[in-house]
Ligand binder design. Structure first.
Ligand code: C2O
Ligand code: CU
Length: 473
């Protein structure tokens, strides 16, 4: 199966432009949701951004990077009007939110793309508290500046912290290096096909440094950002010594897994992908594309580097935590904590309140992750999106997905509209799960939200080249 048949991340032409004519999508019915408690307009446009002394022309939400945070309480109805001022189609996906299908923002599956100059309104209820984000589901647009945090507060949350910070990690090339569309075009030009056997091909690692996780990224980026800033000009988060900070961290990168640490501190992990976990202390953690983590830290006195090191790539993003006087660390500071046995979020255990009720699966699906770096091709179940067979189930079923990674690369697999329960971890809840090379991960879900749900790798180049399918019922 050649890539020409790939339906691609948005099942229309990759960044829009209206090349492909497709049958319009019949969207699922929109439930009546009552009066929205959060209303906002999101303007998607071509803009310039100052990354901290480096200016890039790119695409942004409302002219800022990251886009303005949206915040609501669990159970709230959000009504977001999206105005597309780009020269191409776009869409907005509310990553991790268990919303109704018509608001999921996947062109070709749940809606038609939002054409250049058009607008579209997303109205949905956000049932579960937690740290989420939103981004386009059109081509590789997420690898421009199109992403923003979406925080759903828990009215029952005990709190117990003095400061709350939201950090968005990113890998950056647009407007300073190759454009994401050019990178994708180069991958496509390799004309790869997805091999279906065990693939031990180590070629094409592109001189990437080594990671204990194996190969985790294909692209070396000019910059890695925390909240839109390069390390020479970092954002500073301020508090008082001894205070407790809740830090919500979102990996919005396209091709980069980050290793995160706060110099001089131990982090207590409290949530991942929105859901509470049995609290775990660590000095460092891995955060894959699409994953989120919430940590609590008790702050020391001074100036501390919060570093997001691009795993296997050799660059980093930086933010500063300042509670006292002192000189800022250099842009290349590497806190020792980074090398202190980083935690994989898939090793956590769930908080009791987060568990799905125990149930044996009604249906077990084997899912293989296939492909290789050279020639560049990635897929699921031996084929690419567009040529795939959607996974089908019925409302009410408990569905078990057994994902076997037959490649030499780690893949952050993401499901829309549901949060998995991982039986190997006592039912840990996650919507994005890193599957290591040659590993099998079992992920259960309760089919209680009918629709057509995208299921893909959150390395956006992998997804766009074909590493995507869907779950439908
Ligand atoms: Cu972050 Cu298909 O999504
Ligand atoms: Cu992948």
């Amino acid at each position: 199966m050649g890539l020409a048949g790939a339906g691609l991340l948005a099942a229309c032409s990759s960044t829009g432009g209206g090349a492909a004519t497709r049958a319009p999508v019949s969207a699922a019915p929109t439930p009546s949701l009552g009066k929205p408690s959060v209303e906002a307009t999101l303007r998607v446009g071509v803009d310039q951004v100052d990354l901290g002394g480096v200016t890039a022309s790119t695409w942004l939400y409302d002219g800022v990077l990251p886009g303005k945070e949206l915040r609501a309480k669990s159970g709230d109805v959000l009504a977001i009007r999206v105005e597309n001022a780009l020269p191409v189609d776009t869409s907005v996906h509310w990553h991790g939110i268990r919303l109704h299908n018509a608001a999921d923002g996947v062109p070709g599956l749940t809606q038609d793309p939002i054409a250049a100059g058009d607008s579209f309104s997303y109205t949905f209820r956000a049932p579960d508290p937690g740290t989420y984000f939103f981004h386009p589901h059109s081509g590789v647009q997420i690898d421009r500046g199109l992403y923003a945090p979406l925080i759903i507060e828990d009215p029952a949350e005990p709190g117990g912290y003095d400061a709350e910070w939201v950090l968005v990690l990113d890998d950056w090339t647009d407007g300073v290096g190759k454009s994401p569309d050019d990178i994708l075009a180069e991958f496509k030009a390799q004309n790869g096909t997805v091999s279906t056997g065990m693939n031990h091909d180590m070629g094409g690692m592109g001189g990437m440094g080594s990671s204990p996780l194996g190969d985790v990224g294909d692209i070396r980026y000019p910059y890695y950002l925390i909240n839109g800033r390069i390390p020479k000009s970092p954002r500073t988060l301020t508090a008082k010594p001894g205070q407790k900070a809740r830090i919500r961290i979102i990996n919005a990168a396209a091709d980069t897994l980050f290793r995160v640490a706060l110099g001089g501190h131990v982090m207590t992990v409290t949530h991942t992908d929105g859901f509470p976990v049995q609290q775990a202390e660590t000095r460092a953690l891995y955060l894959a594309q699409g994953e989120r983590v919430d940590v609590l830290v008790t702050l020391g006195d001074g100036v501390f580097p919060l570093v997001a090191s691009a795993e296997g790539k050799g660059g980093q993003g930086l933010a500063l935590v300042r509670t006292g006087s002192g000189a800022a660390p250099s842009a290349t500071v590497r806190p020792a904590e980074l090398d202190a046995d980083p935690l994989l979020l898939t090793a956590l255990m769930p908080a009791d309140a987060a568990r799905l009720p125990d149930q044996q699966p009604d249906q077990v699906e084997q899912v293989t992750l296939n492909g290789q770096m050279q020639p560049y091709a990635w897929g699921m179940n031996g084929t690419v999106f567009g040529a795939d067979t959607p996974i089908r189930t019925t409302n009410g079923a408990r569905v078990r997905l057994q994902m076997t990674n037959m490649t030499m690369m780690a893949h952050p697999m993401h499901i829309h509209g549901h949060t998995w329960s991982l039986p190997q971890n006592g039912g840990l809840r996650k919507d994005t799960v890193l599957v290591l090379p040659m590993q099998t991960v079992t992920a259960d879900l309760q089919a209680d939200n009918p629709g057509k749900w995208a299921y893909h790798c959150h390395n956006i180049y992998h997804a766009e080249i074909g590493m995507m399918t869907s779950l439908q019922y």
